[in-house]
Design a protein around this ligand. Structure first.
Ligand code: PEP
Length: 249
């Protein structure tokens, strides 16, 4: 039985003040009888505040990226050891915005994934196809290639301590959500691909859906057998919406 995970991705939004208020409101809305885990991926500069604010709660904290190097002359990067020091449980790797605007490749994403794990930070590997790729029938090839790059570098065993987020690029921030069936089809294919290498790892793998998930569509998506939670951008900036998604599990 896989635990569901509801994870917010705040991207580059908010202020120190609003991040604090949002965190407090989310914590206040967590109920002990909800079986889902809940987390937020905040901008680096707010992680110290979140470490303090979440200390006595079950709200986990993640970063939105992690360096592909351990330490050294890598201006602008933040290492997994630093994330660990500030209480991060998770780090997103390979978010489509990193891939498309900042040049992350399958190779650098795989390296970031490995670096996160070296310090015990759980990488959340984001994979997904663009609209053009979907329309040209490339969805499964794209997703498989992105996944295989990590498996080849890290080994299938590494997926034991990782999360996958299937995020069709055409659904991110667009208001267009994959239908329950479209998302389920890809989630199932991802799980089957992992199962070819290791059935037990595939059975336990948390695979989140991301792409315009909102209170109105969360229940249907989260009810799909291979969807184990959500990675939520826009709707995670509003405590009420984010908690409504969490309550839909
Ligand atoms: C995301 O950024 O990972 C995401 C899914 O964003 P949104 O929910 O806004 O589509």
């Amino acid at each position: 039985m896989r635990q569901s995970l509801i994870m917010g991705n705040w991207k580059m939004n908010g202020s120190r003040e609003s991040a604090k208020a949002l965190t407090e409101a989310i914590i206040a809305g967590i109920n002990a009888d909800n079986t889902a885990a809940i987390a937020v991926c905040a901008p680096y500069v707010y992680l110290a505040d979140l470490q303090t604010l979440t200390a006595d709660s079950s709200l986990a904290v993640g970063a939105q990226n992690v360096a592909d190097q351990e330490s050294g002359a890598y201006t602008g990067e933040v290492s997994s050891a630093m994330l660990k020091e500030f209480g991060c449980t998770y780090a997103l790797v390979g978010h489509s915005e990193r891939r498309s605007y900042y040049g992350d490749t399958d190779e650098t994403v795989a390296t970031r994934f490995c670096e996160a794990q070296k310090q015990g930070v759980i990488p959340v590997l984001c994979i997904g196809e663009t609209l053009e790729e979907r329309e040209s029938g490339e969805t499964f090839n794209v997703v498989n290639t992105q996944l295989d790059a990590v498996i080849e570098k890290a080994g299938v065993e590494a997926l034991k301590n990782a999360v996958i987020a299937y995020e069709p690029v055409w659904a991110i921030g667009t208001g267009v959500t994959a239908s329950d069936e479209q998302a389920q089809e890809v989630h199932k294919a991802i799980r089957e691909r992992i199962a070819k290498k290791d059935q037990a790892i595939a059975d336990n793998m948390q695979i989140l859906y991301g792409g315009s998930m909102k209170p109105a569509n969360a229940k249907g998506l989260l009810a799909m057998p291979d969807i184990d939670g959500g990675l939520i951008g826009g709707a995670s900036l509003d405590a009420e919406s984010f908690l409504a998604i969490y309550q839909s599990v």
